[in-house]
Design a protein around this ligand. Structure first.
Ligand code: DAH
Length: 349
């Protein structure tokens, strides 16, 4: 009687097994027979009603049935998975003969590229490239550069203040000179350049931007003179504008250098004859520079009797505008891909 029931369930199972082609149906099958109220589960729980002498045989048969289902389940599961995988692979097959979708990629910003080029030249001369905060303390941006509170030079750099008078957006990269001297004390010579963003309250136009980039340089060692500065500036200027470009120093005034100079290069366009680029003077100003002021050395803990140094600051946009013949500095900050693509043309100049 009981064996008959097993037989019936076995037949049903064989019937059910026939057309199972997907995972859901396969799971349903398992539930139907082995779930909490499944048919085989039920057979199992009926064990207690079986007379003792038949228990063994009954148990064996139920087990066989369960194994049959489990074996089928595992085998079919694998088959279904293989089929699915093959289908997926077939669908994903790539036809490499199809034309590709054109992706509009950007191109490196010309200003960034120029800065990297300058960094490389200085690195080859043993300089480190360093960084400093754009949100700066008055102490570093002014005070330790020999520009005390109330000094008129502060007004010339229309500064963005962030918190009272102490925290500001740096108006120059020169504060990095101070930070570097403080951090490199004991591992001289100090040789760094720091390209970075600076901020001033300027109205934006073709040659002004409230945010612009400077490339600061500082060297502190022993017996440094203006001719060391000139030699260094010559290297970078010739690299950027050509071997026959000359440099000259004009006396100038900065609080943190003494003497201070303005760096001019001979006009690469008219070769000195006079043209609109050099405003008919034959010379173009590209940087401010000088010998580090003894007060600045002292404030950062260097004895001016023992140490000396030079510093310089280039305007990065100005260099790029000259080198790539760009008339409006706003193109550097334009995010329009069509505009920045135009830079690609200039690259080979
Ligand atoms: N910080 C100056 C400016 O923003 C530029 C400058 C001049 C930097 C002379 C220097 C320097 O390091 O020696 O106008």
């Amino acid at each position: 009687m009981k064996n008959k029931k097993i037989e019936e369930i076995n037949k049903m199972l064989e019937q059910d097994i026939k057309d199972i082609q997907d995972r859901n149906k396969l799971n349903d099958l398992k539930v139907k027979y082995l779930g909490k109220k499944g048919l085989i589960t039920e057979l199992n729980s009926e064990m207690k009603t079986i007379p003792n002498e038949e228990k063994k045989e009954y148990g064996q048969k139920v087990n066989e049935l369960r194994n049959k289902l489990n074996n089928f389940y595992e085998k079919r599961k694998e088959e279904i998975e293989t089929t699915l995988l093959n289908e997926k692979l077939a669908n994903e097959e790539i036809d490499i003969s199809l034309p590709a979708t054109k992706i509009n990629i950007g191109s490196p910003n010309i200003l960034e590229k120029l800065i990297e080029e300058i960094e490389e030249v200085f690195m080859s001369m043993g300089y480190d490239v360093v960084d400093g905060p754009e949100v700066e303390e008055d102490k570093y941006n002014f005070e330790m550069l020999n520009i005390p509170k109330g000094h008129p030079a502060r007004d010339a750099q229309d500064t963005f203040y962030i918190e009272g008078e102490e925290i500001l957006l740096r108006s120059q990269t020169s504060p990095v000179q101070v930070r570097t001297m403080l951090s490199k004390k004991g591992v001289e010579p100090v040789r760094v350049i720091c390209p970075g963003k600076t901020y001033r309250r300027d109205d934006d136009d073709a040659t002004h931007s409230h945010q612009f980039m400077q490339i600061e340089g500082l060297l502190v060692d022993k017996n440094i003179s203006l001719s060391d500065l000139k030699g260094t500036i010559d290297v970078i200027v010739k690299h950027l504008f050509g071997e026959n470009i000359e440099t000259r120093f004009r006396p100038s005034y900065y609080q943190f250098t003494e003497p201070s100079v303005e760096v001019d290069i001979s006009c690469f366009n008219c070769k000195g004859k006079g043209c609109p680029i050099c405003k008919h003077t034959g010379w173009i100003t590209v940087a401010g520079a000088g010998i580090v002021h003894p007060n600045v050395l002292k404030m950062s803990g260097y004895d001016p009797k023992e140490w000396s140094g030079f510093a310089f600051g280039f305007g990065a946009e100005r260099l790029a505008m000259l080198k790539y013949d760009i008339e409006d500095c706003r193109v550097f900050y334009n995010t329009d891909l069509r505009e920045s693509k135009v830079f690609d043309r200039w690259e080979d100049k």
